[in-house]
Design a protein around this ligand. Structure first.
Ligand code: URA
Length: 240
């Protein structure tokens, strides 16, 4: 990252407008290496710079890559209609730097949801072109049948879709639970595929994206974490 003055660094990280960040610095709210910084004349290297703003520690990053264990009752929209936005589960600074959910989960779906402010990453994770596998566990009211599993694999015709859609993989987990891997994410896709076969989806969890497993992140529902380089590698889309 190119060197910048501290007010600009803080602005880019989402601490507020340039003026608000200057006021934070001049007002003595910003510390660097345990020292209050009251001027913003010096040019600094922003990447990995650790700052303390109003006693909160922040490591500067050019882009952010975040995973959340989404609870129910949150919508994946910036302008939610019936429930709060998932963005409310992250510090406000993320929204100010235009961090967005990567794709969408229904308000009653739980599990792995990514966020980023990197447009290329968002596109690679969510565009059907890349067929990034997304793994779900669905619990149904009805008993799972071998026919259901086989129809998921051969393709299920949904209304308003030109041709049947097949899962990348499908396995029965127990009498009422099924694991489904999709290579695209159409609106209510799993619920609609189950409904087309006469099944009602009682609950739905996204357990994995690419090779990144929710379980390995050890996040309680509603908790989030930054993704490490190694975890980002697990999200590299499959090669075509
Ligand atoms: N399929 C659904 O029906 N809902 C989701 O949230 C994700 C996949």
């Amino acid at each position: 990252m190119k060197k910048m003055t501290l007010d600009k660094i803080l602005q880019k990280q989402g601490f507020g407008s340039r003026k608000e960040c200057q006021a934070l610095i001049v007002g003595g709210s910003v510390r660097l290496n345990d020292q209050v910084i009251e001027s913003y004349d010096n040019y600094l290297e922003p990447e990995s710079l650790g700052v303390l703003v109003n006693d909160e520690h922040w490591v500067c990053r050019e882009q952010v890559y975040v995973a959340l264990n989404k609870p129910t009752e949150f919508e994946c929209s910036r302008k939610p209609t019936h429930h709060p936005s998932v963005l409310n589960l992250l510090p406000p600074l993320f929204s100010r730097r235009n961090t967005q959910p990567v794709g969408r989960l229904d308000q009653d779906t739980t599990g792995l949801l990514l966020f980023s402010d990197d447009g290329i990453f968002i596109h690679q994770q969510s565009s059907p072109k890349y067929r990034q596998p997304k793994t779900y566990e669905a619990t149904t009211d009805e008993r799972i049948t071998p026919e259901l599993v086989s129809h998921f694999l051969t393709g299920i015709q949904l209304k308003e879709e030109p041709s049947p859609i097949a899962a990348l993989s499908c396995n029965q987990l127990d009498s009422h639970r099924i694991e489904i891997i999709l290579g695209e994410g159409k609106y209510h896709q799993i619920k609609r595929m189950l409904a087309a076969e006469g099944f009602h989806c009682k609950s739905l969890i996204r357990t994995k994206i690419g090779r990144l497993r929710l379980e390995d992140l050890h996040l309680a529902q509603g908790q989030w974490c930054f993704l490490s380089e190694a975890q980002l590698l697990l999200l590299a889309p499959p090669q075509h």
